[in-house]
Each structure stands twice: as structure tokens, then as C-alpha cells.
Design a protein around this ligand. Structure first.
Ligand code: ATP
Ligand code: MG
Length: 421
């Protein structure tokens, strides 16, 4: 029969790669908890208008990248989430989550965008996501960047840099919009069709264009920072002061616009130059108007999305791998029964134990024990069952290197202590 394949741009994570994923998940979960963040999860599928309304009608995501479909059974218009913020805000509004005050949350999961697949760009990818609902900043703005800086340290990544910008408030953006339209209208021939179409619907999106002639025009475009009034300026200045005090290096990049319309004031990206051209591994910002836009009460908020696949590309191959404490080798019905109950007892004691399955000779089972990466082989035959003992053979040292250790015969009840010691 013909072999079936994964959908283009959607990747499997095989066991050999999974330890990096687990290392990442464990690390970010631990750090987020250290800062008082709590976990929350929303569905992968939402009604399409949620994303259209929040991300914006005239954006790459909504115009070109969403997996939208009609439910065959009831005709509902649905979309696979292209990012995590909109669903979480929808859920927070529905549950009145901030009723008792602000909440800090983190989540992780798959998101979907129909893009041209390449290294670091997939159609199903994963984000680690942090959201602070009910905080107007800039203290919490600084906090999530300080927390992210800690995440890089704990992951052993030292070549990402932080860039920040302010996108102002609604009025400041309206004033800026006029300046921007005037700038582009003076250079119409350089705009491609998409930029022309967006000129009067969403000119800020043109700043994000990947077309060479448009990139050229963007170099001389006015910057939003120059249109900021006192309050937004003070917010941005305070953020910079807090980052400086926290010893988190940053650069102001007035060209950061972000791909969703809901952002205001603080916008930021963590970027790496490791792969030639700059690659954004984490991006976020403030979205003070989104709760209201989705039918909720006014709730200032900020968050970010981190592209997990891109971060994993940066992790050293020496990332710690979860290892087995022991692999149990056994032959005969009586030995199998003893092996099974010993395995459970050792797991009760918190040890990681694989019990051989699928039969085979002692010799072939020992090969499997070696290949498993376990620190010890526990051997149980008829003699051991009769004597209530286990033959314990060291296979690897604490660093995981193979060793030729002496086999020891140990009373069953002492095995857990022996494996620990
Ligand atoms: P880009 O400019 O690279 O398209 P973006 O601005 O669309 O990124 P965001 O919407 O901010 O990205 O998403 C947050 C993070 O998710 C990005 O910084 C990136 O690390 C990751 N990301 C975005 N799109 C993809 C993708 N198609 N495949 C893998 N990771 C992605
Ligand atoms: Mg994109």
C-alpha cells in the first residue's frame, strides 16, 4: 500500500527530538510559575470572526494565512487558531476572569498559518504564550521582558537581543496614519498592488512589507514614536528605565510594528542573528483595547508569543535527556511476575524503570538494556526468584557514559536504595 505522509508544513516530533521539547516545556513552566503566572488553555478551534475582529481584516494572517472552514454538520464558520491571544481573551471575557483583579497567565500550544514552509516557518507550529490581563504597565511590561531574559539564560541561549518600540494609543496612531498615507502617496510607483490596496485601509501594514521597492520607501517613512503625546512617551520612558535597572539590555527599534492590529503602546521582539538574516523568536506587546473589542469590560493587557520551533533550533545538542534508572531483564513466567511487581515497587519509589517486553534470550534482552540508556540492568531468572534477589549490573555512569561495572546480587527490598546510591 502507498505510504501516507504528514501534511506539508506540519511536523512530527519523534522520540529523539522530544527531549528538547520537554526540556523547553519544563524550563518555561518553572520560570513562569516563579513569577506567579498560572496556566490556562483555550480550544484550538474558534469562530472565525474572533480572529477577524481581533487580528484585523487587513492583515497577512487574516487575508492569507488562516485555516478557515465550514463545519459540515451545522455550517458554522470556524478557524484553526493562528495565534493564542485572541482565544485566551475571548475565554477571559466569557469567564469574567479578571473579576477579582488582574491575572497573569501562561499557555502553550499549536497554532496554524498557511505560509510557505521553510526552515523556522511551518504551517503548524507551537507557541509559548504569556498574557497579563488587567495591568496597565509599564511595570508589568518590563516584568515579562525580564522573565523572558531569564528564560533565555535557563535555556542556555545567549544570542538573542531585545528590541522595543511604542505604537502609541488610538489617537496617536490616527495622527500617524495621515502622515504615513501622505508619505506613500508621494511615492506611489514604488508600491506593489498589495501596498496600494492597503494604503487607505491599513497603511501601517505596508511597513511590514517584504517587497524590495516597498522596503526602500519604508526606510524614509515617518516613525510612530515621533507622533507620541506625553502619556505614551512617559510610559515608554518608564519601561526603558525599568529594563535598565533590571540589567536587561535592549535597543529601541522604531520600525517594529507587529503583525496584528490589536497592539498599542509597548511592542517588542526578541531577535537572533544566528541564522544569517535576523529571525524573531518571540514577539509581543500591549493590547489595551482588545477586551472591549471582544465585548468585555475595559481591561488593559500585555502578552507575547514565543515560537517554540525557532527556540529549539537554538538549543545546544547537549540538552539534558531524561534517562531511565534501570531496565529489567527477565526470563520465565515466575521471573516475569517478579519483574513486574519489582518494577511497580521501584516506580512507587520515584524511579524510572523499563521492563523488557517481547521475550527473547537473556543476551538479546541485555542488548536492549544497553541500547535503552538505562544506568543499570536488573536481571531476574529462576535462581533470583527462588532467592528473593536481583542481579544488578551497572551500564552507565552518572554522565551517561557506558561502563563495564561489576554485577552485584542484591535483596529485592534493597534495590531501590542501591539504584539511588
Ligand atoms: P514572522 O515575521 O517571522 O512571520 P510573525 O510576526 O508572523 O513572525 P508572531 O505572529 O509575532 O510572528 O508570532 C510569534 C512568534 O511565533 C514569532 O516570533 C515566531 O517565533 C513564531 N512564528 C511565527 N510564524 C511562524 C511560523 N510560520 N512557523 C514557526 N514559527 C512561527
Ligand atoms: Mg508572519
Amino acid at each position: 500500500m502507498e505510504k501516507l505522509q504528514a501534511v506539508r508544513g506540519m511536523n512530527d516530533v519523534l522520540p529523539a527530538d522530544a527531549s528538547k521539547w520537554e526540556f523547553f516545556e519544563d524550563t518555561v513552566t518553572r520560570v513562569a510559575r516563579q513569577y506567579g503566572y498560572r496556566n490556562m488553555r483555550a480550544p484550538i478551534v474558534e469562530y472565525t470572526p474572533l480572529f477577524v475582529r481581533s487580528i484585523g481584516e487587513v492583515t497577512d494572517i487574516v487575508e492569507k494565512e488562516m485555516y478557515s472552514f465550514e463545519d459540515k454538520l451545522n455550517g458554522e464558520k470556524l478557524t484553526l487558531r493562528p495565534e493564542l491571544t485572541a482565544g485566551l481573551v475571548r475565554a477571559a471575557v466569557e469567564a469574567n476572569l479578571t473579576y477579582n483583579g488582574p491575572v497573569r497567565i501562561y499557555t502553550m500550544g499549536e497554532v496554524f498559518r498557511h505560509e510557505r514552509p521553510q526552515k523556522g516557518r511551518y504551517r503548524q507550529f507551537n507557541q509559548f504564550d504569556v498574557e497579563c490581563f488587567g495591568f496597565d504597565g509599564p511595570d508589568v511590561d518590563a516584568e515579562i521582558m525580564v522573565m523572558t531574559a531569564r528564560i533565555w539564560r535557563e535555556l542556555g541561549i545567549n544570542d538573542v537581543r531585545l528590541e522595543i518600540n511604542s505604537l502609541g494609543n488610538v489617537d496617536e496612531r490616527a495622527a500617524y496614519r495621515e502622515k504615513l498615507i501622505a508619505h506613500y502617496e508621494a511615492q506611489l510607483p514604488a508600491l506593489d498592488d498589495e501596498a496600494k490596496r492597503r494604503l487607505h485601509t491599513n497603511p501601517m501594514r505596508i511597513l511590514d512589507s517584504k517587497v524590495a521597492s516597498v522596503i526602500e520607501v519604508n526606510k524614509t517613512a515617518p516613525v510612530l514614536l515621533d507622533s507620541l503625546q506625553d502619556e505614551s512617551r512617559a510610559h515608554f520612558a518608564k519601561l526603558q528605565q525599568l529594563l535598565t535597572e533590571a540589567n536587561v539590555p535592549f535597543a529601541v527599534n522604531p520600525r517594529i510594528v507587529r503583525g496584528m492590529d490589536y497592539y498599542n503602546r509597548t511592542a517588542f521582539e526578541f531577535v537572533t542573528d544566528r541564522f544569517g538574516s535576523p529571525l524573531t523568536v518571540c514577539g509581543g506587546g500591549r493590547y489595551d483595547g482588545l477586551f472591549e473589542q471582544l465585548g468585555g469590560k475595559p481591561t488593559p493587557a500585555i502578552g507575547f508569543g514565543m515560537g517554540i520551533e525557532r527556540v529549539l533550533m537554538m538549543l545546544a545538542d547537549s540538552t539534558p535527556v531524561a534517562t531511565l534508572d534501570a531496565y529489567i531483564v527477565h526470563a520465565g513466567d515466575a521471573a516475569q511476575k517478579t519483574a513486574s511487581s519489582l518494577a511497580e515497587t521501584l516506580r512507587d519509589a520515584g524511579l524510572a524503570i523499563a521492563q523488557h517486553a517481547n521475550g527473547g534470550s537473556f543476551k538479546s534482552q541485555m542488548k536492549k538494556a544497553d541500547a535503552s540508556g538505562a544506568r543499570y540492568a536488573l536481571v531476574i531468572g529462576d535462581n533470583e526468584v527462588a532467592a528473593g534477589t536481583v542481579a544488578v549490573k551497572p551500564l552507565r555512569d552518572a554522565q551517561g557514559a557506558a561502563i563495564q561495572g561489576e554485577q552485584a546480587i542484591i535483596t529485592s527490598s534493597a534495590v531501590a536504595a542501591h539504584l539511588r546510591g
